[in-house]
Design a protein around this ligand. Structure first.
Ligand code: NAD
Ligand code: UD1
Length: 346
């Protein structure tokens, strides 16, 4: 019988792409999302993209902290495993509103774990982040690097990771995989689902995409005096479809009897500079991106990329897409949906 996976935050950027891969993989997907940073149009489009598998998707608008509603959902549906994406993720906002972030991300996770325990569902994949490493002194970052998160959003991740470890130590029936993502970008190759941030984007790719479609006049490059190949910051950008596949690999790993609570990086293991990304995006889109060179963004680091050895060895997973693929798919999504999910259907 097909396994049923609860996906929290499944209407969001990474969640929607993962739900699609789950459906294609023959899983049933139960999605809960409060739509705080997403649209139910994403859910509808995932259903359509999934074709005959679309009927295996059930969506309920719900805040994860609504424990009675979550209890009811678990009582009504036999859930075999959970992928937990739901959370707030804007670094700057988290510095202004730390309690909002701690409340949403920590209470959300604890409520979920309590309800899972009550219903005997003890299989979890959690969205952590490379943000747990802060700005590491050397690269590539291995999973053994010390945790050094530097802002409230970032700190919610190691806190939740530790809660998971403590829980698993207390009850070995739990199987938990913590996935630390590097910089997710791109979109489904169909151009039908993608990232649609509310307000002004904080991250490089969504900002550049909005410049390319004429929603913003220019892209600001934050710092060109780093000691990198061209002076701009270097990151490990990973295609969101590769990331989604990484979640399927993690789910499969949960059935390994040796798994307790394990952490894996999901990245490509390759660093790209801001100027390299801009050049690749200009080539993919055929658009010239107007640039404003500015000073370093406060709190930014110089160079971060993943060690991917552990995920390759133990999850049997490796990123397939390169920077050109990421930019092509990002542009395809932007071009078809210049105003994200609010664009007219075509
Ligand atoms: P997203 O904002 O697109 O998706 C998160 C979803 O969770 C949204 O649809 C939002 O409405 C929902 N949500 C938030 N709080 C909720 C709550 N209390 N109850 C129910 N739903 C709630 O973000 P994303 O980029 O898809 O990120 C998914 C996860 O991956 C997050 O936990 C994020 O911290 C983590 N992550 C993201 C990145 C990134 O750059 N995108 C990097 C590393 C880790
Ligand atoms: C940011 C978050 C990090 C989060 C990650 C998710 C901060 C300090 N860190 O990291 O916690 O996990 O996103 O993907 O916000 N850049 C520009 N112009 C822009 C935007 C970005 O030049 O308008 C540069 C940045 O200086 C950086 C690179 O582009 O060198 C990538 O930036 P961004 O996409 O924001 O990701 P991170 O800084 O890695």
């Amino acid at each position: 019988m097909a396994k049923t996976v609860l996906v929290t935050g499944g209407a969001g950027f990474i969640g929607s792409h993962t739900v699609l891969q789950l459906l294609f993989g023959g899983y049933n997907a139960v999605v809960v999302d409060n739509l705080n940073n997403s649209s139910d149009i994403a859910i509808r489009r995932v259903k359509e993209l999934a074709g005959e598998f679309g009927n295996n998707l059930y969506f309920q608008q719900m805040d994860l902290r609504d424990k009675p509603a979550l209890q009811k959902l678990f009582a009504e549906r036999k859930i075999d495993a959970v992928i937990h994406f739901a959370g707030l993720k804007a670094v700057g906002e988290s510095m202004k509103k730390p309690l909002l972030y701690y409340n949403n991300n920590l209470i959300g996770a604890i409520t979920l774990l309590e309800v899972m325990a009550t219903h005997g569902c003890k299989n979890l994949v959690f969205s952590s982040s490379a943000t747990v490493y802060g700005w590491p002194k050397e690269v590539p970052c291995t999973e053994e690097f010390p945790v050094a998160a530097i802002n409230p959003y970032g700190r919610t991740k190691p806190f939740i990771e530790q809660i998971c470890r403590d829980l698993q130590h207390s009850d070995q029936e739990w199987k938990i995989i913590l996935l630390r993502y590097f910089n997710p970008v791109g979109a489904h190759p169909s151009g039908y689902i993608g990232e649609d941030p509310r307000g002004t984007p904080n991250n490089l790719m969504p900002y550049m995409q909005q410049v390319a479609v004429g929603r913003r006049p220019a892209l600001t490059v934050f710092g060109n005096d780093y000691s990198t190949k061209d002076g701009t910051g270097v990151r490990d950008y990973i295609h969101v479809v590769d990331l989604a596949e990484g979640h399927i690999a993690a789910l499969q790993k949960l059935s390994d009897p040796k798994i307790g609570c394990e952490v894996y990086n999901l990245g490509t293991g390759k660093g790209a500079s801001v100027l390299e990304i801009i050049a690749a995006f200009e080539k993919a889109s055929g658009k010239k991106i107007p640039l404003v060179m500015a000073g370093r963004r406060p709190g930014d680091g110089e160079i971060v990329y993943a060690s991917t050895e552990k995920a390759e060895r133990e999850l049997n997973w490796k990123a397939k897409y390169n920077i050109e693929d990421m930019c092509r798919d990002q542009w395809n999504w932007a071009n078809k949906n210049p105003n994200g999910y609010q664009s007219p259907e075509n």
